[in-house]
Design a protein around this ligand. Structure first.
Ligand code: HEC
Length: 386
């Protein structure tokens, strides 16, 4: 899976690529030199730098890192040549020399095709409402080819020039969100330029983003059903929460703290726990016994979104844990005796590192939290660290 535990210097390098390109795009937009596309500044080139291949090819990653160092040196020489009259020619001559000796990485490893929307960010906040909207759109517009479960087996699939991909697999998580947006709105072509996936220009931008949210949530549930883990990291869907006597707030507003979502139902008793914020999820039809936590959310969209991600239509009594960065990490099923490390569903493949000596956690939940915190999600999407 794409949770990178020990990428050391590589993750910062990949993040630097992303930040530099985003920064450049913002600068162009600020100078009025970038057009807009689907509501955000448009990437003006047909290529962009990506980090995904660097994970596979460490040799190229080193070349890229060294090249960046040499480029920084060359810039310094340029500045010195400009500022230091006496040594102008010395420093000026060093610039082309440095460019010549730089160990440039292979272009096909670091450059990938880009679209005007490649760097777009989803404006939905991965909200339960967007997922619900996406669900209806998907059923009406996409399921015919991609199948009700997203695995590419819809009734029209066999008649397509190429088989629709499995949207429950790693594909959605590998693509940049902005690239997905482009494919949905403008379709896809094969190598010879023949259309493969139809364009959905009739969708509005926000509808297309909603469908993308739905596909991610559905893929997570599908992964849980077939492999018993979330193979790709999945975010906590957002919803409005009411806490006793206070203004309503959003789940996302607790970013930075651990969250426990408890679907009302078979849970015997619900105790607040100082290690995390507890939010109770109530079914919108009022069928649950009632509020047992300080904070509750009771929209039908929220219930459905969590059920989709948990891959179950019997959500009652399920508990989910989200980490401080807003990733869903663990689940306990109705009737489970308590938490244990095995409930960590989004984890690295590396062997658990064991908790620090002397600080052995007292209970299963403590062990789970220790492991969750020591293995933060370092996730690559579209070639960039999230
Ligand atoms: C007429 C059949 C058809 C319909 C309807 C359809 N798709 Fe597709 N879709 C395809 C095919 C075929 C591909 C494979 C394209 C390729 O690989 O060239 C595809 C590919 C995709 C991909 C992967 C693109 C990528 O980056 O590789 C996504 C995402 C996708 N479809 C989303 C959707 C969504 C969302 C809808 C509904 C709004 C939809 N599709 C409706 C046939 C369809």
């Amino acid at each position: 899976m794409t949770v990178l535990a020990d990428a050391g210097w590589l993750n910062p390098l990949i993040a630097l690529l992303q930040d530099a390109q985003l920064g450049l795009l913002r600068l162009l937009a600020w100078l009025g030199l970038a057009g807009t596309s689907h509501g955000q500044p448009a990437w003006p080139w047909g290529l962009r730098l990506t980090g995904e291949n660097l994970l596979i090819d460490l040799g190229q990653a080193r070349r890229l890192a060294l090249t960046l160092v040499v480029l920084a040196l060359a810039t310094l020489c340029l500045l010195l040549a400009w500022a230091w009259r006496g040594r102008r020619w010395f420093f000026a001559a060093a610039v082309p020399l440095l460019l010549l000796v730089a160990p440039w990485p292979a272009a096909e490893v670091v450059l990938v095709p880009a679209y005007p929307t490649s760097f777009h960010r989803s404006p939905t906040g991965f909200s339960a409402d967007a997922i619900a909207q996406g669900r209806a759109l998907y059923a009406a517009q996409c399921a015919g080819c991609h199948g009700a479960d997203g695995r590419g087996q819809g009734p029209l699939a066999a008649a397509q020039p190429v088989w629709p991909p499995d949207l429950a697999g790693p594909l959605l998580w590998r693509r940049a969100d902005g690239d997905l947006l482009w494919r949905v709105l403008h379709g896809a072509k094969d190598r010879r330029g023949r259309p493969t996936m139809p364009a959905f220009e009739r969708l509005t931008d926000s509808e297309a983003w909603a469908v993308i949210d739905f596909m991610k949530a559905q893929g997570a549930g599908q992964s849980l059903r077939t492999t018993s883990i979330w193979r790709q990291p999945i975010g906590l869907p957002d919803a409005v929460v009411r806490c006793a006597g206070r203004e309503p707030r959003r789940l996302a507003s607790w970013r930075g703290q651990r969250l426990r979502i408890v679907a009302a139902g078979a849970t015997p008793e619900l105790r607040e726990d100082p290690r995390m914020v507890t939010v109770q999820l109530l079914p919108a039809d009022g069928s649950a016994a009632g509020q047992a936590a300080d904070c509750v959310t009771d929209s039908a969209a929220a219930w459905d979104a969590f059920a989709l991600i948990a891959g179950t239509d019997r959500l009652a009594g399920t508990q989910l844990l989200a980490d401080r960065d807003g990733w869903l990490r663990a689940r306990s099923r109705p009737g489970d005796a308590g938490w244990s490390e095995d409930d960590l569903l989004c984890r690295t493949d590396a062997a658990p590192r064991g908790t620090a000596a002397g600080a052995a956690p007292a209970d299963g939940l403590g062990a789970l939290i220790a492991r969750m915190d020591s293995e933060p999600v370092r996730f690559l999407k579209g070639g960039f660290v999230h």
